[in-house]
Design a protein around this ligand. Structure first.
Ligand code: AMP
Length: 249
């Protein structure tokens, strides 16, 4: 069974992003970029399935600028067998990515697609769901445990107030939650090995996909600055402030 893992290149989670002065977006010039953390978890899960003998091949796919190659090399250093870059300088929104991924799914016919639950830059949480709809595949989002037996998939999902266990028929789409696994560190020998792995590049036109944005960002702004705190002398003052100033109790 082939496993397809979509990996997005995003601003590294340690970077404090700055809003551009004209309010059109965030400034990503000269900012450290990394693989979306949920996608690292997805690659790790796919590689573990291969190590267990459940998966035969792990294919990482990234859509975006040429530098997404680095993200694919990281996926291959974790253990993906090969990479596919869908290269474009256009702004990609989740629907466009889902359409590109659907085209790759048609080409590669994977038994399982493991995406991240959300990309930490736009926090859309849409691509996996849209891909499942476009490809007409069952989906289990926010997976915290994945078990494959034959053509059945058992997924434990984190939902409000507890866990939900779903059984799906393969092929299917999963999106990863934080607690699914802890991704391994990439080692230098594996980074070097990854450089030799196969990486194919397509353009959206090669896949017959129109990636024109459907949504327009009107404005991006910084959250309001937090005011300074005050120290209260006793509990009675605190309760009074909560009641009469903050009006929360
Ligand atoms: P989102 O819907 O944007 O929050 O992204 C959810 C997941 O879809 C990500 O964790 C990735 O697995 C996948 N994804 C989103 N954008 C891309 C992209 N440009 N290239 C590859 N995978 C992507």
């Amino acid at each position: 069974m082939k496993v397809l893992v979509p990996v997005k290149r995003v601003v590294d989670y340690n970077v404090k992003v700055r809003v551009k002065s004209d309010g059109t977006g965030v400034d990503i010039a000269n900012v450290k970029m990394s693989m979306n953390p949920f996608d690292e978890i997805a690659v790790e899960e796919a590689v573990r399935l291969k190590e267990k003998g459940v998966a035969t091949e792990v294919i990482a796919v990234s859509c975006g600028v040429a530098a997404c190659q680095e993200t694919l090399r990281t996926a291959m250093a974790i253990g993906a067998d090969r990479g596919i870059l869908v290269e474009t300088d256009a702004e990609l929104q989740p629907l466009a990515v889902a359409k590109l991924l659907k085209a790759i799914v048609d080409k590669e016919q994977p038994g399982l697609i493991i995406a991240g639950k959300q990309a930490i830059d736009d926090d859309a949480n849409q691509t996996g769901q849209m891909l499942a709809a476009l490809a007409d595949l069952p989906q289990a989002t926010f997976a915290s445990k994945v078990e494959v037996t034959g053509d059945k998939l058992r997924v434990t999902r984190e939902i409000d107030g507890g866990l939900e266990v779903l059984e799906l028929t393969l092929p299917a789409v999963i999106t990863t939650d934080l607690r699914l696994n802890e991704p391994r560190y990439v080692t230098l020998p594996n980074i070097i090995k990854a450089k030799k792995k196969q990486l194919d590049t397509f353009k959206p036109e090669d896949l017959g996909v129109d990636v024109t944005p459907r949504l327009k960002t009107l404005k991006v702004s910084e959250p309001p600055k937090r005011g300074a705190g005050v120290k209260v002398p006793d509990v009675a003052t605190l309760v009074d402030k909560l009641k009469n100033e903050a009006k929360v109790i």
